[in-house]
Structure formats: C-alpha cells, structure tokens
Write a protein of this length. Structure first.
Length: 393
C-alpha cells in the first residue's frame, strides 16, 4: 500500500462568480495525506497559463495532425526541493518558523499554503472548444525515489480585462443597408436599413436593433435575428473553425406594400462565452445576422461583427447606450429571454476559506509580486487524516 494516501491542490475563491483577473491574488493550499512516515524527494506547486490547439485531417491515405501552443506565464514554488537537482529562479517556501520544510513527513495530514499573483498582461480569457483550449492551472507534484510521481490539478477561470484602447471602438454604432429585387414567384423589391447602438455588449445586457423595412413586394415578410459564434483555431498555417447558432428570434410580419420601423431588443445570455481576440492561435468571434424571411426567394441579410464582454469586467469608461431618438427611431420594446451557454466553475464550499489548521495571518490585500510567498505561520499539520478531513470542510 502506498504511504501517500492522497495529494490535492485547492484554492480560495475571491468572488461569487469564482473568477480571477489580472493582478488578483490566488491563495490556496496543497494537502498531503500520509499513511506511514515517508521520505519526499520534492514537492512543488506550479501556476501556469497556456493555449493549445490540436486537430487532424485526412489527405488521401495520410492523416495530418495540426497543433500549436502558446505560453503566457509559468511560476513554480517549492515546498521541498530535490537536493540533487539545482533549480534556478524558483521560490523555496518556508514554514511558520522560517525553516525549510522537512522532507521526512509523519503520518497524518500536511497542509502547505501558497500565494500567487496573476501578472498584468494582455492575456486571453479561459476557454475550451472542440479543437483547442486556453487554460490557467494550478499543478501540484510530489516526487519520491523509486515511485511514480503524484500530481493534482485545479483549473482557474480567468477573465481578461478589456483593452482600454478598444473600449472606444466598442462604443461605435454600426449601420448597414440591403435591397433585393424579387424574381420568379414574387414581384417588386424589399429593402432594410439596420442600425445597432454599439459594437460591444456585456453578458446579460440588452442589444437594441433598429431597422426601417420597406416591403414593396407582393408577399409579407418577417424580420429575423440570429447571433452565432465563430471559433477559429490556427496551427501550421492552417485554420479550423466551428460555427454555432447561439440564439434566433423572429419579428412580426410586415405586409406587402408597406414601410415599417422595427425595433428589437435581444438579451445577451449571461453564460455566453466572452469574445477572444487577443490570442494568436484561438479566436472567438460573434456575428449578429439580421435578415428578411421571404418565401420562394433567398433572404437578404446584413451581418454585424459584435464583441461580447464578460459581466465582471465591463469597461467602466463606456458611456451610456444611445437612446432610440439618437437614431430617429421610436422607443424599444421588451427584452427576450436568454438561452444557455458556458459558465465558470462554481466554487466548492470547502474552498470558501483556508483550513482552520492554517493559523497564519490573512492574505494581505495589497498587491504583491507575481509568485508572492504565503504569510509565515500558515503551514500546519493535522494530527490524523480524520482531523484533516474535518478541518478542511
């Protein structure tokens, strides 16, 4: 039976959404449960961020694999360091007495606290797609002589801060026109003049679409609205993409030989993935498609690129949305219900605070350098595995 019962890395959420962003401190603990006294060769916690893409394609009788990787940062803290291996530029943590942690661990439960600070930089938000992912991860690794190393992972949901230089562009209104002449089963023409109040929208907020529709055809037409996501993955000079319809809404019919002003308010789903435009190998883009449904004819359409911002990181410098009178339209109507999407992981109850056995001072509120050490006095050992399980709850 293995002398090491388990290895687990946990962290302490800082908000109800369980999200982190640039400059935030991530405090947590590595918990090692030991059955019998054992010698540990090395024990460390690593915090890293990276993007990966991977897919394969068939070309005749050959299968070609396309892959790419992008690293953003990587920091490692050692609790116990291998004496036979020299490791440069890595932090060696100490216990509450400012002593090096012992490599010989007694039976019971050992809790090793740590603190990292997410560096400031233009990093993309966390993401998982069919051909790639962007991950922010805590990884603990325990090594012993003549034994397979034990590892444990914990994913961090990172939300990128909006680039101040792009906030102004997000507030610019968009406008498009389209005219189509009917043929064969229809006669006349249809046209639309469509405006949206801005280009960037926050999760859970409303997007107002205003249009003037001229129906000079012999049939009634319906304005329709569709929001779709385009996930792009790049590797080895190739592109793989995935398109998915997020929501679709239908307006009221417009009778023949009439002109109407139509306003539609679309609610952006709260769990809709934020746009990702600052990664070289993964891009997540959104399109608003406004089109007229015409029977027995191809539908005229206008496509607007839109940017989805995370609710927790909405730009504070953004001005209030324009009113309908700014565009010469009447007031807008009621919002429509949201649809499903992706969410950050819900915080676990036992992560809500550090273990009671960690008797050190609280995490400082001031900014610390990336890879900051935990406060002294934060390391503790439970007298038994049972005590530890109770303490961690």
């Amino acid at each position: 039976m293995d002398n090491i019962k388990s290895l687990e890395v946990t962290y302490n959420p800082i908000n109800e959404r369980n999200t982190f962003t640039n400059g935030d401190l991530i405090s947590g603990q590595v918990t090692v449960k030991v059955r019998k006294e054992t010698q540990i060769k090395s024990l460390f916690i690593k915090f890293c961020a990276k993007a990966k893409v991977l897919w394969s394609e068939r070309h005749g009788n050959h299968t070609v694999v396309y892959h790419a990787k992008e690293r953003y940062f990587n920091s490692k803290h050692y609790f116990i360091q291998d004496k036979n291996v020299r490791v440069d530029n890595q932090t060696l943590l100490r216990n509450q007495y400012r002593e090096i942690y012992s490599s010989v661990v007694a039976p019971g439960c050992h809790v090793y606290p740590f603190i990292f600070q997410i560096p400031f930089g233009n990093f993309p938000s966390s993401f998982r797609g069919p051909y790639g992912k962007i991950i922010y991860q805590l990884k603990a690794k325990l090594s012993r002589s003549m034994r397979i190393a034990k590892k444990n992972l914990a994913d961090i949901y990172f939300v990128s801060r909006p680039n101040p230089n792009s906030v102004r562009l997000m507030m610019i209104p968009q406008h498009g026109t389209k005219t189509k002449k009917m043929k064969v089963f229809n006669s006349g023409s249809v046209s639309m003049d469509v405006k949206i109040e801005k280009s960037g929208f926050v999760q859970g907020k409303r997007m107002k679409v205003m249009a003037i529709v001229q129906n000079n055809s012999s049939r009634e037409i319906k304005p329709k609205y569709c929001v779709c996501v385009i996930q792009n993955f790049f590797a080895n000079g190739r592109r793989k993409f995935f398109i998915q319809k997020i929501l679709k809404e239908v307006g009221e019919p417009i009778p023949p030989s009439s002109r109407e002003t139509v306003t539609r308010v679309i609610t952006i789903p709260r769990d809709m993935e934020p746009s990702i435009l600052n990664c070289n190998i993964i891009k997540v883009e959104y399109r608003l498609r406004v089109y007229l449904n015409v029977k027995y004819a191809s539908d005229p359409e206008i496509n607007f690129p839109i940017i989805i911002l995370p609710a927790s990181q909405a730009p504070s410098t953004a001005s209030a949305p324009r009113g309908p009178t700014d565009f010469g339209f009447e007031p807008f109507g009621n919002p429509n219900p949201p649809v499903r999407g992706m969410k950050p992981p819900a915080p676990a109850a036992r992560h809500s605070k550090p273990p009671a056995a960690s008797s050190g001072p609280p995490v400082p509120a001031v900014r610390q350098p990336f890879g900051a050490q935990p406060p002294h006095g934060a390391h503790a050992m439970c007298s038994s595995v049972t005590d530890c399980e109770t303490t961690l709850l």
